[in-house]
Design a protein around this ligand. Sequence first.
Ligand code: URA
Length: 197
Amino acid sequence: MVDRIDLADLAAAAGACRACDLWERASQTVFGAGPATATVMLVGEQPGDVEDREGAPFVGPAGRLLDQALEAAGIARERTYVTNVVKHFKWTPRGKRRLHQSPNAAEQAACRPWLDAELAAVQPEVLVALGATAAKALLGRDFRVSRDRGRFVDSPLAPRVMATVHPSSILRTDDDRRTAALQGLVDDLAVVAAVVA
Ligand code: URA
């Protein structure tokens, strides 16, 4: 049994992953980022357009919103480990744009060993699934973010596991409801902040 798997070694190995076809159209593997000592691990769906180009998770518009919510909740992003269920950007062309497509079950399953390895390496105190794809991947198909968000649920994956909304869903919310939606994410993350303080 390896004591603690080295995240840099994992990232390098994932860079050559061909376990599904998504690598063919993506610019690069976007592995998780953050210190191995992080107590909080955040898991999104897959890198977006900006993340695919830059090679880091949550650095585009959704990432900026996540940063804002983390700061408001009192969690320092640089002390979290941020990753995704799927490490390649899945997209379809729409004119000059690359439109996000959700990863299917086979693509998620192909990528799962990387997420499990990240969990084994970081061993976070709190694991947070961002949005339905991550929540279902981590907590089962029956999990409903709308029903079960914001509270810790039993899971063998970490001492405390919670799901909340994906920051992208807030970006898609109508202007008049966006502030409340963001506050909902902040409130859920504040529950996390309270247990890692
Ligand atoms: N959305 C995600 O789920 N992950 C990212 O890294 C960026 C956007």
